[in-house]
Design a protein. Sequence first.
Length: 830
Amino acid sequence: VEAEIPDSQKAAWKKHSAQGFKTKEEFENEAVRHIETTLARSLYNLDDGAVYGGTALAFRDRLVIDWNKTQQNQANADQKRVYYLSLEFLMGRALDNAMLNVGLKNVAKEGLAELGFRMEDIISQERDAALGNGGLGRLAACFLDSLASLDYPAWGYGLRYRYGIFKQEIVNGYQVEVPDYWLDFNPWEFPRHDVTVDIQFYGNVRKYTDDDGKQVSVWENGEIVTATAFDVPIPGYSTPTTNNLRLWSSKSSSGEFDFQKFNSGQYEGSVNDQQRAETISAVLYPNDNLESGKELRLKQQYFWCAASLHDIVRRFKKSKKAWKEFPQNVAIQLNDTHPTLAIPELQRILIDEEGLDWDTAWSIVVNTFGYTNHTVMSEALEKWSVPLVQSLLPRHLQIIYEINLHFLQYVERTFPKDRDMLRRVSIIEEGGSKMVRMAFLAIIGSHKVNGVAELHSDLIKTTIFKDFVKIYGEDKFTNVTNGITPRRWLHEANPRLSELIASKLGGYEFLKDLTLLHKIEAFADDKAFRKEFQDIKYANKVRLAKYIKEVNGVSVNPSSLFDIQVKRIHEYKRQQLNIFGVIHRYLTLKAMSPEERKKVQPRVSIFGGKAAPGYWMAKCIIHLVNEVGRVVNNDADIGDALKVIFIEDYNVSKCEIIAPASDISEHISTAGTEASGTSNMKFVLNGGLIIGTCDGANIEITREIGEDNIFLFGNLAEDVEEIRHQHTYQGVLLDESLEKVFDAIHGGMFGNSDEFKALTNTVINNDHWLTSADFASYIKTQDSIDVVFKNQEEWLRKAIVSVSRMGFFSSDRCIEEYAEAIWNAEPVKP
Ligand code: GPV
């Protein structure tokens, strides 16, 4: 195509092509131009919001110039491309990240100052892009940052939800969900009205024999919905590589609305189709670690998988290569089972549309896909009812049955004596109602399956996927321990700590190679370094205390020990264990004399996190935390000795203020339930210590930083089953201190005790999450934390050594592992 353009035309384009600003002057030019023209505002009609808009648009222009060059360059390079399919991308704010990654933050800061504005005020105008629930969605966002920073030719594919995760308000101590209108102003996306794909639902399958005597299936007569692409540029750090996140938005395929209906006076009816179509990408399902089985969710999954695959196949076909080369050119990673329909969809394209035979097509499919599992908990494993799939995706159900047939025939040949095996591993679960087990389909259709931390990857091999290890062998199953991007989670969140590290390491290389942090271990005993490290932590706590004062109206003393648990509210994550521990502490303080109380290490217990709107028990936990806070924070006997705070609407940008301000953070899931956890990494990287169970990545964090530097407690994963068994057959032996806590709750100390009955009863009745079984160990460990914290020198040493040993947990390391062991992909030099 390039060769066909006349030289004179090329020259004209080159002469006028956008360059993007480089200097402070040029930045101010661009920002002011956008404010005055794109946004139609003026010096006399300005606020931080408008200046944010102008600044963001100026940076967006920069990004899109790099984006264009990157796409051109990657197309020319003709290397294998990686596609990361995720229903969630929890991106947070983009401006600060864009400024850092293109290396123009200082230029912008000075420019803004000259225009009369402060950088922090402008950055904080941006609302989060919150297209995700929790760790799974944030992992996808960290991976995009690392893929671009390491120059991999990689695209993310997701859905452009009109409403991301709801905004959480706390009203009278209860969670209230409010819609998040995040698209009101979003300068980071480019609508591609020319990039559309028509997606079919329902309909029927017609079979016929063609002229060559071949059986052909045609899926037809369905409803059509159109997918439109919206592209979000993803800048790499310290490289011009700017990758793409393509988000699909749904709209009616018949244009705006039905003109016939409109003209015949049926005004309302005329918009029905349009609304039905737009509903598909309207809202993110707010469940974390729980599947809901709703038809609309299945529609979302197919809509997004089909649009993405169509796009990927279209790009491949431009290369004119043979189909068998597809897996050498394309790697598709499935973020959990949500995109599993991509497997039968690619098989359908290859056999129904491209005319390949089953076996050739299937080998292409398997070599293309990799599947990442994020949980072993049965309530989170996706299953779709066969009649639902039959009606929505009739051709896919046929293909799934055929995949299953081939697979079960193979299993039968290999394990002729184990008849029960066929029932256990079948993609179709028989029984009351037939279900499609998506995880099994994902395993069978992928060449690699990975867990997200060592313990978790071992658990999937020995529990839920045990039979598949027998069938396929160990090599199909692997581990890639999660990581986080040090750009956002160290440099952006904690600029002073980043600067201190850079001052000792002679630059910011460590943001590209986090293992370089090991060099600061040498300063763990350096007095001046410790002091500076301590000052930074204190300043970060002051910042958080200020926020808490503004929002919660509670004064907390920044010298107190800040104890933080922020994550989705879930019984398995055990915020209930934490709040029961807080109540125990309160009762203990109340029983003391004022003199004794003065000697106790003051503490601020901080909670934050959303509950799925339909998750009753999680909402009870939020309510209890708020009620305990109300009582404790207003108790004159207690004063600074204990404060209890619930931070409303926890999200990515709040985490950036919270993580740098912790002394201790809580990662206390029942052993064997948290696949990895990633906030544990964020907190340690920011100089806080951890109280945690032997679960998920806590185990590898312990291995890296040393067991002297972490507060571990509780039963081990290998003993959990046995304890639950005892609970079932011998009843729960309630911990004595916990019983006192329950007495206080039941006695109405924290308001109407009926509201908390469900919460205490589940512990008393079967204690599935080992809240009572782990309580004594938890309390004892919390007490030891008070003792160690009093010795600030020892505490600082632990914190500094821990930071220096966190290099392994960079998401850059994850991406290199995926590239090497799963994708077989290489970077493209920019
Ligand atoms: I499945 N995860 C999540 O955030 N949502 C889910 O629906 C499921 C898993 C999380 C796990 O709970 C974390 O342990 C893990 O660190 C994260 O996924 C990323 O792997």
